[in-house]
Write a protein that binds this ligand. Structure first.
Ligand SMILES: Cc1cc2nc3c(=O)[nH]c(=O)nc-3n(C[C@H](O)[C@H](O)[C@H](O)COP(=O)(O)OP(=O)(O)OC[C@H]3O[C@@H](n4cnc5c(N)ncnc54)[C@H](O)[C@@H]3O)c2cc1C
Length: 294
């Protein structure tokens, strides 16, 4: 493995200034579960690895009591998100996703920021956050900027970050009342495997507890980037939610997806499974929305 110098800045500004000084010879590292694999395989050969793990803050989810927004620092490990009672009780779609990432050892070091910046179509962390209409806060030499997370992904392995910029946090708006959500990672096994498909569904109900006020259907590994099945969402909004509507939304989502053949699954099977899993997650989200009122 190529030798590199490991740098440990204590602030965001220090990290950025190190990145500016070393330019393309430097790479940020958080948990290292993606970066170090690539360095070992010779796909990356940085002279400097700039650690983000020594920067104080941004390592626990917290709720802004005034606005109801949830902040998830980019340096939060999947393990810290999985163990957060706030996530367990109020954001089950995130919990569904992070609890099955890698293994306990991976989740204890791998971060949500690294998962998003890595930008692979199979990133389990991305789907629930897009379904929750999350925004990404980004900090760089020009200061802070914010963007909708759904626009962050530009292609496999590509995201909207300029050289030296750091993803600092994810901000999730307060959910509507009577909301339920669910995510499933579909593959041959649940752990230590990237998903063949990732499907997240969020449903908010009107006061009658029957009509869909808002629907989010978000798919991973069904296109080059995580994406929302907008036509399927439109099919549900304003309609009474029941099994056959959710089934039809699944069929539409399958048609919208741009699945392809790969070693983990063939396109026709993936398209069929989008239909099955959208319906299944829709029913689970509906059940959770109803439970939230008890
Ligand atoms: C055995 C194994 C199993 C895995 N299983 C899964 C799985 O089930 N599901 C899944 O989605 N992934 C899985 N992964 C992939 C990986 O663990 C995740 O993508 C993880 O969240 C990456 O986070 P990290 O902190 O380790 O990133 P790192 O490896 O430290 O960094 C990844 C990339 O992001 C950049 N970066 C990191 N943080 C920031 C930041 N805040 N701002 C700007 N740039 C940043 C780095 O420069 C690098 O390009 C697995 C990996 C392994 C090795």
């Amino acid at each position: 493995m190529k030798q590199f110098t490991y740098l440990t800045p204590k602030t965001l500004d220090e990290a950025i200034s190190l990145h500016v000084s070393h330019g393309e010879r430097a790479k940020y590292i958080a948990g290292g579960t993606d970066v170090l694999v690539k360095v070992k395989e010779g796909k990356l050969a940085p002279d400097y690895l700039i650690s983000l793990k020594h920067i104080i803050g941004q390592d626990r989810p917290f709720l802004n009591q005034e606005t109801g927004e949830l902040y998830i620092g980019a340096f939060c490990t999947h393990g810290s998100i999985e163990e957060s009672p706030l996530i367990q009780h109020h954001y089950p779609i995130i919990h569904d996703a992070v609890k099955n990432i890698g293994s306990v050892q991976i989740r204890n070091v791998a971060t949500i920021g690294g998962n998003l910046v890595n930008a692979v179509p199979s990133a389990d962390g991305a789907i629930p956050l897009i379904a929750l209409d999350a925004k990404a806060n980004i900090y760089g030499t020009k200061g802070q900027r914010s963007m909708e997370l759904k626009r962050f992904f530009q292609g496999p392995g590509q995201c909207d970050l300029e050289a030296g910029e750091i993803l600092t946090e994810i901000v999730i708006p307060a959910p509507l009342p009577r909301t339920g959500s669910a995510y499933i990672k579909h593959g041959r096994r649940e752990a230590m495997e990237l998903p063949m498909l990732g499907v997240g569904v969020l449903l908010s109900l009107e006061k009658d507890m029957l009509t869909c006020a808002k629907a989010r259907i978000c798919l991973g590994v069904a296109a080059p980037t995580p994406f929302r099945a907008l036509q399927a969402e439109k099919h549900l909004e304003g309609r009474t939610l029941h099994e056959s509507n959710l089934s039809e939304a699944g069929r539409i989502a399958g048609q919208e997806s741009k699945v392809r053949d790969s070693i983990r699954g063939v396109a026709w099977y993936r398209r069929e499974m989008v239909g099955v899993l959208v319906k299944r997650m829709g029913l689970k989200a509906l059940e959770r929305a109803k439970e939230s009122q008890k």
